[in-house]
Design a protein around this ligand. Sequence first.
Ligand code: ATP
Length: 202
Amino acid sequence: MALLAGLTGGMGSGKTTVGNLFKSLGAHVLDADEICRFLVEPGKPAWQEIIDLFGNEILKEDQTLDRRKIADVVFSNPEKKKAIEAILHPRVMEEEQKRYKDILNDEPGALVIIDAALLIESENYRKVDKVIVVACDEGTQLHRIMAKNAFSREDAHRRMQQQMPLEEKIKFADYVIHNDSDLSELKKRVEALFHQLKQLAV
Ligand code: ATP
């Protein structure tokens, strides 16, 4: 038996870092954002549907989608936000399931982890065996977002406000990794969880 887990948490909480630690221990990690970019490559069905929804003005010169322009539109248009999510979220899960099956063909007891910022909001948490939420306190999160993206305190704060609150995400979690200490502590916590999950996957 294999195991498919979803890894999520607030912006800057440490999802990528945790995902990389899982990878170094031997888990397979699928990046939902990378899959999303793959699904909207020029010519693909989702790319066409998104153009139909937003018009040609959201295309860059090289025919790829201008993610910044789309983000600007959906920020003030909840209907369009819903519509683009309906195009993307089911397809992302479908592709993740496909990649999961491909991994299982080679490694039947694999532990596969999906790194997905919107795992819960997209409802895709329903399609995984376990949900892992990376949590840290708001002050730490704010500093990490500012440092990683070179955002001002106000910008970082505004982005945090736009997201589903951490307490809400934690309600969906089978496991919470607290990432308030240093990286060596985080590594120990990820290792402990890795061994727990590995046992479920055999
Ligand atoms: P995003 O939502 O932007 O994708 P994320 O949740 O994937 O962020 P990371 O990129 O893993 O978060 O972490 C955010 C920043 O905080 C990174 O610069 C990372 O190196 C740093 N970081 C994460 N965990 C720790 C830690 N325990 N100690 C110190 N720095 C950390």
